[in-house]
Design a binder for this molecule. Structure first.
Ligand code: HEC
Ligand code: HEC
Length: 227
């Protein structure tokens, strides 16, 4: 047993550390109204957060580190109504309204800002998930287009997955499956995801999202690929 006095002394450095990172550090943390004078700070930060981390309560996803081409392509889809015009897709409708208020130049500028943001990784998988099955399914059903590292591939127009938050991933996979995204005429790339999700159950969707969490936090699906 360590006597209480000694224990207190052992804790002292930690207490000192806690006290020293007081108000100054807190002030440096993102909080309150959007910062920055660019398009991102003035328009996007209100919903996607100062660091692009997203806000669960607004259904706005983390968009950190999404490549320029992807942001421009998706904003183009929102504008044209290929995405965000289904009557039950309220979050999509909100982003569509924003996209319609922006000029091409503003979209370009915001996309460049987003692409430079350090990636905030998606949540790790929930405990107790059968990762072996999930890894096998991802390797054989998703990896071809989203790559082994879940970073997407411009050639396939496929999205980066490892930075998207769990609730958003689940919602989007259901959106594709349920005809709320990717089902508009002429959405050549969205339709690929409609095909991929059409037979998935809710449980399978959660399994894939858990696996994306594992992938983001270091799992490697390459050995699970069938030859
Ligand atoms: C009023 C809130 C709001 C504002 C402001 C806003 N967004 Fe969004 N954004 C959303 C919501 C909600 C979604 C999720 C749409 C969905 O579920 O399909 C979204 C989705 C997106 C997506 C799709 C992400 C993906 O992985 O496909 C991109 C890209 C995006 N926003 C970029 C921006 C940029 C850039 C700006 C600033 C020019 C911006 N947003 C401003 C609410 C907002
Ligand atoms: C044939 C290629 C292909 C395959 C296979 C594929 N995807 Fe996709 N995925 C895409 C493309 C292309 C997009 C962008 C579609 C769009 O513009 O709406 C996309 C988009 C997504 C999105 C939305 C990302 C965002 O930022 O909103 C998720 C989530 C996703 N895929 C997950 C998966 C999962 C999980 C699998 C395996 C079950 C899978 N994909 C298999 C091509 C593919």
């Amino acid at each position: 047993m360590i006597p209480p006095v000694v224990r207190f002394l052992l804790y002292l450095p930690f207490i000192a550390l806690l006290v020293s990172c007081g108000e100054d550090d807190l002030a440096a943390l993102p909080s309150g109204p959007p910062v920055g004078t660019g398009v991102y700070g003035q328009v996007c930060a209100a919903c996607h957060g100062v660091n692009g981390e997203g806000k669960e309560e607004l259904f706005s996803p983390s968009i950190t580190g999404l490549p320029v081409w992807y942001v421009e392509e998706q904003l183009g889809k929102f504008r044209s109504g290929k995405r965000g015009s289904h009557p039950e897709d309220i979050p999509g409708q909100q982003m569509r309204a924003i996209s319609l208020s922006l000029s091409d130049a503003q979209i370009k500028e915001a996309a460049a800002t987003v692409a430079e943001m350090p990636i905030i990784l998606t949540e790790p998988p929930l405990a107790g998930v059968d990762l072996e099955t999930a890894r096998f399914r991802f390797a054989n059903e998703c990896m071809e287009c989203h790559r082994y590292n879940g970073k997407g591939e411009v050639v396939f127009h496929s999205a980066q997955l490892i930075s998207l938050n769990r609730s958003y991933l689940i919602r989007q996979l259901k959106n594709y499956r349920d005809g709320k995204r990717g089902a508009s005429e002429g959405d050549l790339y969205g339709v690929k995801m409609v095909e991929m999700t059409s037979r998935l159950t809710d449980e399978e969707i959660e399994m894939f999202v858990n696996y994306i969490g594992a992938l983001a936090h270091g799992d490697d699906p390459r050995s699970a690929r069938e030859r």
